[in-house]
Structure formats: C-alpha cells, structure tokens
Design a protein around this ligand. Structure first.
Ligand code: PLP
Length: 439
C-alpha cells in the first residue's frame, strides 16, 4: 500500500499538484481546531470563539438608504473599476474617523484596502523576505501571523502585561535578535483593546516603544480595529498620533460599521504609500467602488458617531455580563477585564490545557479559542480567548456556565487520575487578577 504523505495545504499526495505548490504555502496550514469549529457553528453550541461583530445593532435602513441613493445618483460609477488608492471623498472621510483617535494626516497618504486584513497582506508583501523577523506581542492576532508565515517570516513574541507590550522586554528581544544576526523588519502591534489579550498599551509605553523602535530603525505597524469601541474611558491616542514617519497605521470599517463591506485602510508615509498603491493595483486593480461609495454616503448622511455609541453600549453590556459570569462560575480562573473591543483572555490553572479541553467543551455545547492559536510557537495552552461580541448576554451566561462544568470536570478527572490529589480544584490557588504577566 502506498504511503499517503501529508501537506499542510492540500492534505495528502492524492492531490495531483502535491509537488507543485510553492514552498511558502507551507505556512498556510489549516488550524487544528478548524474542524471542531465547524461543529461549533451548530445553533445549539454557544460560541465564545469567533470575533464576529454584532451587525444586527446596525439599523438596516441606514444601509439600504445609502445603497439606494448611490445607485440612483451614481450607479455607473459605483459599478465601475476605480482608483487603486480608493475613492478621494472616502479617503477624506477616513481622516475624520482617524481624528477621533488623535491622528492627523493627509488623504493623499490613505490607501483604501479590502478590509485591514488585505492591508496586512499588502504590507507584508512589500516588506517580508524569507527568514525575516516580525516582532509581535505574545499572544498576537492569529490571521496576521498566518500572513507573516506565508511570506516565510518568523514571528518573535514579546511578552505583555496588563499595560500592554513590555518596553524592557522589547529592548531585550531586539538586542538578542540583532546579536544573532537576524533581520527585524517591523513591530506588529495592536496597542488598543488587543486581540486576543484585551489589554491596552499605556500612553507612557506608547511613547517609549516608539522611541525604542526609532532608535533601532524598526518600522511600527499599528493595527487598530477596536480603538473606537471603548466602554468607559477613552483609550490613549493612537501611536500614529505621536510618530508619523516610523508608523504605518491600519484602520477598518469592519467593527464600527460592518465587515461585509470589506473596507479598511492604511495610512502610510509617502514612499510606503506609493508602494502600497502599486501592490493594491497588482492584487485587486481597485478596491470595490460599490462599497466605497455606499460607505461614503453612509458617513455623509447617517449619524455614524451615534452608531458607534450604540455598538459601544451593546459590547459594554456583553463584556460586563461575561465578567460577572466568570466571577460567579469560574472564580478560580483569572482573566483580563478589557475597557473596549471584543475579547477576554483567560488564564487556566497550571494543570489544564485549553486545546486538549476543547473537544469536551464542544461536546458540552460551548466553544472558545485555545490560547495556542495566538502564539507562533505553540505555547498558550493555559490560555483561552473568549469573545463577547456576538452572543447575547443570555447566551454568554449559559456559555460560561457550560464552560465552568467543563473546567470542573477536567479538574476532577485530573484529581482522580493524578493520584496525588494535588491537582484538585479545592486545592487550586486562585490566580492573580488581573494577571500581572500574560507570558
Ligand atoms: C487585530 C485585527 N486586525 C485585523 C483584522 C481584520 O479585519 P478586517 O479585514 O475585517 O478589517 C481583525 C479582524 O478581526 C483583527 O482582529
């Protein structure tokens, strides 16, 4: 019998093109938990796993009104190819959105992309050669790391604490990478309402990290999808508001409007902006004229700031529900308590493994994302990401209760089989709250 070889891309050598795929596709491995998530999408499962915005909080007539107006007044333009940089009027409006986070810039330096995901892809294509290093927080946004891997770059994780990336650790990592002769291409950071950690980089650290990167000649890629979705206090202004030349800033309409438009943008220094436009044209010719005109119409007619307030209220209530459910049902765990965004990062007792526990959780009709998904090196077994953006408060309460059953079942099993009794729930020390270190 033939041996069936495996490839991360297409599965096995029954694929006639098995030997033809480019070497870089080795980074395009399907996540090990993907199959489970297919099961987890069944309606009876409470999914605390995905990061889908709650688009039902956006009144549909606001969108249909904009679509109708665009089609009545500018149909042929909306249905045509456009510029590789994006519609000028929308780029001006994007400046107004970014001004809410302290950023001033020129519409000339904005490049509209197919979601900020595509900006990440274009930026990586411009900067990454095989063997390069991208410094990122540990944990980091999983689908950015997939892109970095697909360009055969390596992710070096710098630890965070509850105040975000730790500047001293960044210094140490840069020094040891440089000493090892590695080429660091950029720092990829999500300073505000981090995905998945939920923490926010303090103002002082923003300034310090920018100083470090400037003195080391390292470009900063600031990814900021969640900054406007704060619950109480406004977060510190964007890093791009402090430094223009050394920062490429990414924004998106996915969380403050709707991801279905697939509209994001990059704000970049002139030279990089030029290259981003060329890369955008090479990839898609032009971002969708149709959705750009609709979003531009929405921004000029609708109370978009009020709509962001509505989203904030929805997510604030869900976050509070999740935190109080965790306090009630899982007091032996620790977690971050975000002031905005979509995610809570949970730390399990030492003995538990979130990845190994996931099949049991799905059987109990609750899903989460294991921490291992967010580290390039497979660490993070003691962590899980819980999303509160999409499930209703009631579903969140039910989901956390189910999770508590799973955790206590695992702890009981460990106690039974470990023999020593030391792994038992009753003896589990309560972890610090909030965790002082997300390593
Ligand atoms: C940190 C981060 N960056 C980028 C994206 C991509 O967003 P989009 O392509 O919808 O703009 C997401 C989506 O969840 C995200 O969490």
């Amino acid at each position: 019998m033939d041996v069936i070889e495996s490839s991360p891309v297409q599965g096995n050598n029954l694929d006639p093109w098995y030997d033809s795929y480019a070497g870089r596709t080795a980074g395009l491995a399907a996540s090990e938990v993907r199959a489970l998530f297919a099961v987890a999408s069944r309606p009876e499962v409470v999914s605390l796993a995905g990061g889908m915005p709650f688009v039902s909080a956006l009144p549909q007539d606001l969108v249909t009104g904009a679509i109708n107006k665009v089609m009545a007044e500018r149909g042929p333009v909306a249905l045509q190819y456009g510029s590789g940089q994006g519609v000028p009027a929308l780029r001006e409006q994007i400046l107004e959105v970014m001004a809410l986070e302290g950023i001033s810039g020129s519409a000339d330096d904005v490049v509209v992309t197919t979601g900020s995901q595509h900006a990440l892809e274009l930026f990586s294509k411009l900067f990454l050669d095989p063997g390069d290093v991208v410094i990122a927080e540990g944990p980091s946004y999983v689908t950015a790391m997939v892109i970095f891997n697909s360009y055969q770059a390596e992710v070096d994780h710098v630890p965070m604490d509850e105040h975000g990336l730790i500047p001293e650790a960044l210094r140490e990592h840069i020094a040891s990478l440089k000493a090892a002769g590695r080429r660091i291409k950029f720092l990829y950071t999500i300073p505000t309402f981090h995905n998945p950690a939920g923490v926010t980089l303090t103002w002082e650290r923003r300034v310090e990290i920018l100083e470090i990167c400037k003195s080391e000649g390292i470009l900063v890629l600031e990814d900021n999808p969640y900054g406007l979705l704060y619950f109480e206090d406004k977060p510190p202004a964007a890093m791009r508001s402090i430094e223009e030349d050394g920062v490429v800033y990414l924004g998106t309409f996915s969380k403050t409007l709707a991801p279905g438009f697939r509209l994001g943008w990059a704000l970049a220094p002139h030279a990089i902006r030029e290259k981003l436009i060329l890369a955008n044209e090479a990839a898609v010719l032009s971002p969708s004229s149709f959705t750009q005109l609709i979003v531009s119409e929405y921004l000029s007619q609708a109370d978009w700031r009020g709509q962001i307030d509505t989203f904030r209220g929805v997510y604030r209530e869900r976050k509070e529900t999740m935190i109080s459910a965790l306090q009630e049902s899982l007091p032996e765990l620790s977690w971050t308590n975000p002031n905005g965004g979509f995610y809570v990062w949970v730390t399990l007792p030492e003995s538990l493994d979130s990845k190994a526990m996931l099949p049991r959780a799905v059987k109990e009709l609750v899903a989460y994302t294991p921490g291992t998904a967010f580290f390039a090196d497979g660490t993070g077994r003691r962590n899980m990401r819980l999303s509160f953006c999409y499930p209703t408060p009631e579903q969140i309460r039910v989901g956390v209760r189910r999770l508590a059953n799973v955790v206590s079942g695992e702890l009981d099993l460990l106690e039974t089989f470990a023999g020593t009794g030391e792994l038992g729930r009753s003896r589990m020390p309560r972890a610090a709250f909030p965790p002082s270190d997300l390593r």
